[in-house]
Design a protein. Structure first.
Ligand code: HEM
Length: 358
């Protein structure tokens, strides 16, 4: 990421994507029935990721973009079952897990979406690789894919498959997480109109200081964004495999076990936050100033924490401020309940939010 600093047009792509997002939120969400904004936010995060990965900025209605979005959405439809299948590998004999019969059983579940999306998604990325190799400048990689291609040439352990799998991982890590973080924010703001007004006033005043909105001029907005991520963190945690035998607080965990730690448990623990289930943006004021709190750990902790954290923070700020500057947000249907999901914390399906132009 450091090698791309200042070279990638990512800030410009984030701003353009924020404008497109506003256009679609108004087009689809201004009527009294409102909308589920997830798809619009998903398109927005996929577009920023394609800016980061390939330096491509799409129109959401572009045919190539729609294909890309479809592969990613299909992956997510089957992801829970893919994870459940992996859990069964912990308990069943290997010959069962590797049999055709067992594979056919899983293909009858929603995991089918995941499996069917893999070949065309990989092919799409191979096409990008071919395109970008033609103009690859080794001294000046312009995007994430180019840095991977350069690394792959100098390391025999890397093959094209590793490059493709890394890009797939970035698209999966970047899209659903940010889309749902934005959706939770829209829902929580709908319940707190006074917070929307306070944010809007702060953003207006900050624009007078500098037309390019600066985070340091928007402390209250940052409290709100952090508090919304704390209260409704999207990822509880991804499954991890234990690489060696370990004992934690008297519990022995053998090598190769699959484990799940809960990030939400840290962020909703009353020992860490007073009234943890309440939305209290001002909880982050320390001596009158904004202070980040590392216990808000939705990007996970440790060596494998989120590689896209700083990009995600930029996108979240840009999309959230654009949304509040342009709209009053109202909830028309649904509530703040959690959807049933194996390891993500997502809003339920039947939410409807109205975006009323200011
Ligand atoms: C609000 C948005 C986001 C949230 C809440 C989030 C959260 C997370 C979490 C919890 C992990 C798991 C870390 C672990 O295994 O312990 C993760 C990993 C990852 N994230 Fe994010 N993420 C976000 C945005 C992004 C973005 C924008 C990118 C792309 C540039 C990205 C790329 C990745 C990748 C590639 C991994 C896997 C890292 C690894 O396994 O080493 N994420 N993210």
């Amino acid at each position: 990421m450091k090698r791309l600093a200042g070279k990638n047009k990512i800030d410009e792509i984030i701003q353009k994507t924020a404008e497109k997002t506003i256009f679609y939120l108004e087009k689809l969400g201004s009527s009294p029935e409102g909308m589920d904004p997830r798809k619009v936010f998903m398109n927005a995060s996929i577009n920023v990721t394609s800016g980061f990965a390939f330096e491509k900025n799409y129109d959401f209605e572009d045919e190539e973009f729609q294909k890309l979005a479809e592969y990613i959405n299909e992956f997510f439809k089957g992801l829970t079952h893919k994870s459940l299948q992996q859990m069964t590998w912990n308990i069943l004999p290997r010959w069962i897990c590797e049999s055709d019969f067992y594979a056919k059983i899983w293909y009858k579940t929603p995991m089918k979406h995941f499996l069917d999306a893999v070949p065309p998604f990989h092919k799409f990325i191979y096409t990008m690789i071919k395109e970008q190799r033609k103009s690859l400048d080794h001294a000046n990689p312009r995007n994430y894919l180019e840095t991977l291609l350069i690394d792959a040439e100098s390391d025999p352990k890397w093959g094209y498959f590793t490059v493709v799998a890394t890009i797939v991982g970035v698209f999966l890590g970047a899209s659903d997480t940010l889309a749902n973080t934005m959706t939770w924010l829209a829902l929580v703001l709908a319940d707190h109109p006074e917070v929307q007004e306070k944010m809007n006033n702060e953003i207006k005043a900050a624009r007078e200081i500098d037309a390019d909105l600066k985070k340091e001029n928007c402390p209250f907005t940052r409290f709100v964004l952090l508090e919304s991520r704390r209260l409704n963190s999207v990822s509880d945690t991804l499954p991890h495999i234990v690489s060696e035998d370990i004992t934690v607080k008297g519990f022995h965990i053998p090598r190769n076990s699959q484990i799940f730690g809960s990030l939400a448990a840290v962020m909703r623990d009353p020992k860490n936050f007073d009234n943890p289930s309440k939305f209290i943006p001002d909880r982050f004021i320390k001596d009158g100033r904004f202070e980040n709190d590392p216990k808000v750990c939705g990007f996970s902790v440790g060596l494998r924490n989120c590689i896209g954290k700083s990009l995600a923070i930029e996108e979240y700020f840009a999309f959230a401020t654009a949304m509040v500057e342009n709209f009053r947000i109202k909830r028309v249907a649904g509530n703040m309940d959690l959807a049933k999901h194996a390891f993500l914390r997502l809003p339920i399906d039947d939410i409807r939010v109205q975006f009323l132009r200011r």
